[in-house]
Ligand binder design. Structure first.
Ligand code: MEV
Length: 319
């Protein structure tokens, strides 16, 4: 009873997406896997269910911890009525902007469905249920991470008042990315709160920034569809400037971006919530960028875009 899901990189549009602007996201090769199996002890008590994450985390659904509460919320969203043991593994760094928690959430949903003998449901359905887990960690996430975790590929994602609009972007060519880690953990909840506070103090600055990001995303979509990687890279650089203006960048992020551009990146920016976490660089050849980052002491890896798993049409989904 194994379920899996991929990590993600936001190409453009983070933070603005929380406020209803569209964002472009891609699934990456790294991700999460979950395996569900029955346990004999406390079989009738769903809160006796166990979640095991590598050698680091082992909790029961009834424990007084965020991860246990998130697990309990997922069990409820998946209509699990008896105890189950779920073991999860991931090669995504946590708190790094790569959608680690969403990948874990979607993988667990899929493993639970398999364990209960439920035929595979749609990616949208898995993503929706994973939001029960995501909300415990992130407060009021836009849902972009869970959508990407469940589908992979390249998506234009927008949260609307009535739900979510998704459009699969058909890439005209392969998308080659270098991903570098600042080494600093970042809390999505804290960074989203930072933007909300800034918006309360300086609504014009933040709303103007979001309008700018909206325009960049719209142009980036056209660039992706036309395989204009130079244009896409420039738009990513501009997005990074706007995010810096919202005080979401850090010295390490700026260093990673600069090194990437010096090593031939077409564009580079923070990805996810900022304040630490990862930088994504678009490149014809990611190798010189990875070498430069590693030389400067930053961990990194490359990824191209995963094929899409879902049906292809544009669609709207209930929240
Ligand atoms: C999270 O990967 C990106 C943010 O836009 C938060 C969200 O969309 O929930 C910062």
């Amino acid at each position: 009873m194994i379920g899996s899901a991929c990590g993600k990189v936001i190409l453009l549009g983070e933070h603005a997406v929380v406020y209803g602007a569209p964002a472009l996201v891609v699934g990456i090769h790294r991700g999460a896997t979950a395996e569900a199996s029955s346990i004999a002890s406390g079989a009738g008590d769903v809160l006796a269910s166990e979640l095991v994450l590598g050698n680091t985390i082992r909790v029961c659904a009834g424990d007084d911890l965020d991860v246990a509460r998130a697990f309990a919320a997922l069990l409820e969203a998946c209509d699990v009525a008896s105890s189950v043991r779920v073991e999860v593994t991931t090669d995504l760094p946590a708190a790094a902007g790569l959608g680690c928690s969403a990948a874990l959430g979607v993988a667990i949903v899929r493993a639970l469905d398999g364990w209960r003998g439920i035929p595979a449901r749609s990616p949208g359905d898995a993503a929706r249920r994973a939001m029960a887990w995501e909300s415990v960690f992130h407060g009021n996430p836009s849902g972009i991470d869970a959508a990407a975790a469940a589908r992979g590929g390249c998506l234009l994602y927008q949260r609307t008042e009535t739900g979510v609009t998704l459009r699969e972007i058909r890439l005209a060519g392969p998308l080659s990315l270098a991903i570098g880690h600042t080494g600093i953990a970042s809390s999505t909840r804290a960074m989203v709160e930072h933007v909300a506070k800034l918006r309360a103090r300086k609504p014009e600055l933040v709303d103007r920034s979001f309008e700018g990001i909206r325009a960049l995303v719209s142009n980036a979509r056209l660039a992706l569809e036309a395989n204009d990687m130079v244009g896409l890279g420039r738009l990513m650089d501009l997005n990074q400037m706007i995010l810096s203006g919202l005080m979401l960048s850090t010295e390490e992020i700026e260093t990673l971006c600069r090194l990437a551009r010096e090593a031939g990146a077409l564009g580079a920016k923070l990805t996810g919530s900022g304040g630490g976490g990862c930088v994504v660089a678009l490149a014809n050849d990611p190798e010189p960028i990875l070498r430069s980052w590693e030389k400067a002491g930053f961990r990194s890896f490359s990824s191209s875009v995963l094929p899409v798993s879902a049906d292809k049409a544009e669609r709207s989904e209930a929240p």
